[in-house]
Design a protein around this ligand. Structure first.
Ligand SMILES: Nc1nc2c(ncn2[C@@H]2O[C@H](COP(=O)(O)OP(=O)(O)OP(=O)(O)O)[C@@H](O)[C@H]2O)c(=O)[nH]1
Ligand SMILES: [Mg+2]
Ligand SMILES: [Zn+2]
Length: 346
C-alpha cells in the first residue's frame, strides 16, 4: 500500500517536471518562431520531416521550385509533436530556414514511451518495421516480441533482419536460429544479411521497394550500417554515422541520436532510429498485448472461462494450443512477461 502511494507521488512529481520542461521548451520555441515570423515568409508549401532533434526540424521541400532542398525549421506551438516522416505545410524565410505551420494526415505513427510513460513520436507514415538483431549484441526474444506487438497494433508489416551473419559465433548460432524458426513458423518474414560482406542486401532492398521502413533494435546491431548499405553511394546526404564496435556497446553509447529519413535510390524511404535498451509497452492494456501475438488469434474467446488467465484453467484454448504445438512455450512465456510489465491501473 505504502509502496503504491509512494510510486504515485513519484509519478506525479515526474509528470510535473515533465510538464514544466515542456512549457519551457514551448516558450523558447515560440520566441524562435516569433523572430522568424518578423521576417517576410514565403508561401505555404508541402514538406517532409527528415529529422527532428531538439526543437529543430529538418524539412525537405516538396515544392517544385525547391524540391529536395533541406530547410531548418521550427514548428508553431499549436502543432502536436512532429516525427520524422511527417508530411507538413511550411513557409520558408530568406535564409534556408522556416516555420512549419500545419501537419498533414498521418497513415501511421510509431511512438516510444519514455520512463515517465509519456509517448514520444519517433516515425510517421511508415509501412514496414524492420526489427534488426545480430549475434552481438545478444538478441532477446522478448524485445523482438515487444516490437512485434507494436507493429501489429499499428497495422504495420513487421520484418525481422538478422544482420552480421558474417560474424556468427560458435554456440550462439544454433540459439539464434532456434529463435528465428519460431518467428518463421508464425509467418513473419526473416532475412539474413551482412553489411560487411554485402550478403542479402539486394533481397532486403527488394522487400523494401516502395515502402517506408523504420529500422529499430538495440544499439550496435547495425541499423545505420544497413541504411548505408541499402543506399549504396547515393549522394543526396552524407552517410548515417556508424558506431565503433571497439568502444563497446555495453557502455550505453548510442551512435544514432535522432531518427532520420533517407531516400532509397529508386523507390522507398528508410528511417534510421536510435538504438534502445528497453522498449516499454506501458501505454498498452492486456487486450492490446494479446492482439499483438498473431498466432493467438484463432484462440481468441475459445477458452471455457471467459475471464481465463491462460495459466492453469481447465478448458484453456491457449494452453491446449501449446500442447498441440501450435503456440510455442517461449511465446506464451513472453506474453506473460509483457503482461507483467503493464501498469496495474490498465
Ligand atoms: N561483422 C559485422 N559488423 C557489422 C555489420 N554491420 C554493422 N557492423 C558493425 O556494428 C557496429 C555498429 O553498427 P551501427 O550501424 O552503428 O549500429 P546501430 O544499430 O546503428 O547502433 P545505434 O546507432 O547506436 O543504435 C559497427 O562497428 C559496424 O561496423 C556486419 O554485417 N558485420
Ligand atoms: Mg545507428
Ligand atoms: Zn485460456
Amino acid at each position: 500500500m505504502t509502496k503504491r502511494r509512494l510510486s504515485q507521488q513519484q509519478r506525479g512529481r515526474i509528470n510535473r517536471n515533465q510538464e514544466q520542461r515542456q512549457a519551457r521548451l514551448e516558450r523558447s520555441n515560440s520566441r524562435a518562431v516569433e523572430q522568424i515570423s518578423g521576417e517576410e515568409l514565403g508561401p505555404e508549401i508541402p514538406g517532409l520531416v527528415m529529422c527532428h532533434y531538439g526543437q529543430q526540424l529538418e524539412i525537405e521541400s516538396l515544392a517544385a521550385e525547391s524540391a529536395g532542398r533541406i530547410f531548418r525549421c521550427f514548428q508553431r506551438t499549436n502543432l502536436p509533436p512532429l516525427a520524422t516522416g511527417d508530411r507538413v505545410i511550411w513557409q520558408a524565410d530568406s535564409d534556408c530556414s522556416g516555420v512549419v505551420v500545419a501537419l498533414q494526415e498521418r497513415t501511421s505513427l510509431m511512438s516510444r514511451p519514455n520512463q515517465q510513460a509519456t509517448l514520444r513520436p519517433i516515425a510517421a507514415n511508415v509501412s514496414v518495421v524492420a526489427i534488426v538483431i545480430a549475434p552481438l549484441p545478444q538478441p532477446f526474444a522478448n524485445l523482438i516480441d515487444r516490437y512485434l506487438v507494436m507493429a501489429e497494433h499499428l497495422g504495420l508489416r513487421p520484418l525481422i533482419v538478422l544482420n552480421k551473419v558474417d560474424a556468427f559465433m560458435v554456440g550462439r548460432d544454433t540459439e539464434i536460429e532456434a529463435m528465428l524458426t519460431i518467428y518463421t513458423r508464425i509467418g513473419y518474414p526473416v532475412l539474413r544479411v551482412s553489411c560487411k560482406k554485402d550478403m542479402g542486401i539486394d533481397e532486403l532492398k527488394a522487400f523494401l521497394a516502395d515502402q517506408t521502413v523504420v529500422f529499430v533494435g538495440q544499439s550496435g546491431v547495425g541499423k545505420s550500417s544497413l541504411v548505408n548499405a541499402l543506399r549504396g553511394d547515393a549522394e543526396e546526404y552524407t552517410d548515417a554515422l556508424v558506431g565503433d564496435m571497439s568502444v563497446g556497446q555495453d557502455k550505453g553509447t548510442h551512435t544514432t541520436t535522432a531518427a532520420r529519413l533517407y531516400h532509397l535510390p529508386g523507390s522507398g524511404d528508410l528511417i534510421d532510429s536510435p538504438g534502445i535498451r528497453e522498449f516499454g509497452l506501458w501505454h498498452m492494456d492486456s487486450q492490446m498485448i494479446f492482439d499483438g501475438f498473431a498466432e493467438f488469434d484463432p484462440y481468441r474467446g475459445a477458452c471455457r472461462f471467459r475471464d481465463c488467465s491462460h495459466q492453469q484453467e481447465p478448458g484453456c484454448a491457449l494452453l491446449q494450443a501449446v500442447e498441440d504445438g501450435h503456440i510455442t512455450r517461449e511465446r506464451l512465456a513472453s506474453y506473460f512477461s509483457l503482461l507483467n510489465t503493464l501498469n496495474p491501473d490498465s
